[in-house]
Design a protein around this ligand. Structure first.
Ligand code: NAD
Length: 494
């Protein structure tokens, strides 16, 4: 029995640690994957890595479960609970995968190389080099849109990465502690405690809800002095928030925010940002446009995505991409138009779908299936070539017939493998947390559509997100964080 356990243990250990691949296998193509987000990681999850020399390049050596990032800004969830080290994950693959922690700063399409830069604090003698590719998957995501509005980058905080969530968490506490500083002027107290969120998409709405929760259940208990002046305002340029949800759920969200005393300022477009106030244009009661100053202590900027420079640079190298403004235009097999060996997934690809995690994950899984099939196709084709050679020199009719039957079988298999349908996104629904233990969900099940909001939806939201977590480890950590916040409250230290 002990021998058996030891054997199983050894096998698990082996499975977790494929031997390093010291040099690329020259008989295989080199597949370079840029990014470790939803698209790239879901591709890696399903990819048979023994078919290619797989190289992953990303400045972030972990996968981040972004749907729960807003919860990290208030300490409801600790950021490490939603991070999965990419190296742990790659160690589970059957064949070794090379990983470089670096930013891809240029893709040279003609020369088939990616220029990579080590942008970490500690640098070795080499901190910039080139990675050649036969096949390339671009899954670098997008950056935060600012629309060139002055002051946003200097004074606003974004909500895309772990560092952003930590900065916001720190700034919330900074505002509260500074507002209660001795002899602080009442107007200044008001400013410091005004939490402004720009952008009424799901990111802005979820963050505003989380922040108000933080205030209601913890901040006002531990720092009663801020009770009178703490206020959250959500600013949105369009006539309503959450445009991707149904009218009923938009109304529900707006009503819930009203009850939570979050102010929603729709039809209000931010034009300028300074260190203490934003300038926003809205339509006044007289129908005239007016510019007003809104003082703030915390400014979170959540106005969606913009194209990364490395992607814009690639676009400029490919004539067929001339009119691409929002990212790399891809065909129905996610091939970057105008290329044969470059694919794009997730927020950097333009495939007529919203830039969501769900789309990116499905695109990644599709590419994995396609790459696995491409490898199988090659394998079958070389078997077929061998068989037809063997058939020519076969000594007897029986031997020839047997080989012929095998060829027929293989051809059938080849047809099956080659018949891969184009990528089609299957929308499972949209979910968003809106604060005070409520969530909204637009779910398309079977033929019907379920639009729901409220506490039951909230439990559905929780269990859905829990089940979508990357690993069992993440799931356990997130569950413990929720429990901890419920029992002890959130941590209000910096
Ligand atoms: P978004 O693009 O969905 O929303 C940004 C909002 O900012 C828009 O409504 C826009 O009108 C507004 N805006 C832009 N400039 C403005 C200005 N100067 N002043 C005021 N308002 C301005 O952005 P997001 O919320 O970051 O989402 C990005 C993508 O990620 C979307 O596709 C979204 O569906 C997805 N996402 C989904 C979820 C979820 O399903 N729970 C959560 C987060 C993000």
């Amino acid at each position: 029995a002990i021998g058996g356990i030891a054997y199983v243990g050894y096998n698990i250990w082996e499975m977790r640690n494929p031997h390093d691949q010291p040099n690329p296998d020259p008989s295989k193509k080199t597949l370079v994957i840029l990014g470790t987000g939803w698209g790239s990681v879901s591709l890696l999850k399903k990819l048979d890595t023994e078919n290619y020399n797989v190289v992953v390049v990303s400045p972030r050596n972990y996968f981040l479960f972004t749907p729960l990032l807003p919860s990290c800004t208030t300490g409801t969830i600790e950021h490490r609970s939603i991070m999965e080290p990419i190296r742990n994950f790659l160690r589970h693959k059957k064949a070794a995968v090379k990983y470089y922690e670096a930013e891809a700063t240029k893709i040279d399409y003609e020369r088939k190389v990616v220029v990579i830069n080590d942008d970490s604090e500690i640098k070795g003698d080499v901190s910039s080099t080139e990675v050649p590719f036969d096949m390339l998957v671009v899954g670098v995501g997008a950056e935060n849109a600012t629309f060139g509005i002055p002051g946003v980058r200097e004074h606003g905080l974004f909500l895309k990465e772990v560092g952003d969530a930590q900065r916001i968490r720190n700034r919330i506490m900074d505002c509260c502690e500074t507002a209660t500083f001795k002899d602080q002027d009442p107007e200044e107290v008001k400013r410091l405690l005004h939490m402004v969120v720009v952008g009424g998409g799901p990111t802005g709405v979820e963050f505003a809800g989380e922040l108000q929760d933080f205030f209601n259940s913890d901040l006002k208990k531990w720092i009663p002095d801020i009770k009178e002046n703490f206020h959250v305002t959500l600013v949105e340029a369009l006539p309503n928030v959450l445009p991707m949800f149904s009218k009923q759920l938009i109304d529900y969200t707006e009503k819930t925010f009203q009850e939570e005393t979050i102010t929603i300022r729709t039809k209000t477009m931010v034009k300028n940002v300074t260190d203490k106030y934003i300038e926003a244009e809205s339509v006044g009661p007289d129908g005239q446009k007016q510019l007003e100053r809104i003082p703030y202590g915390l400014l979170v900027w959540a106005t969606g995505n913009a194209v990364r420079p490395v992607v814009n640079d690639l676009i400029s190298q490919i004539p067929a991409q001339k009119n691409s403004r929002r990212g790399l235009a891809v065909n129905e097999y996610l091939v970057v138009k105008g290329t044969e060996n470059v694919w794009a997934v997730g927020d950097c690809a333009v495939a007529n779908y919203a830039p969501t995690a769900q789309v990116a994950a499905q695109e990644g899984a599709f590419l994995a299936r396609m790459f696995n099939n491409m490898a199988k196709t090659q394998e079958i084709q070389s078997q077929l070539a061998e068989l037809s050679q063997a058939q020519e020199v076969a000594p007897t009719k029986e031997a020839r017939d047997e080989i012929f039957a095998n060829i027929k079988d293989l051809q059938k298999r080849l047809r099956r493998v080659q018949s891969i349908n184009p990528f089609e996104y299957s929308h499972q629904g949209s979910l968003a947390y809106i604060g005070s233990d409520k969530a909204v969900a637009d779910i398309s099940w079977f033929a019907g559509n379920l639009a729901s909001g409220g506490t039951i939806t909230y439990f559905f939201w929780r269990s859905a997100y829990l089940s979508m977590c990357f690993s069992t480890r993440n799931r356990v950590l997130v569950f413990m964080d929720w429990l901890k916040a419920k029992v002890f409250g959130r941590d209000v230290s910096r």
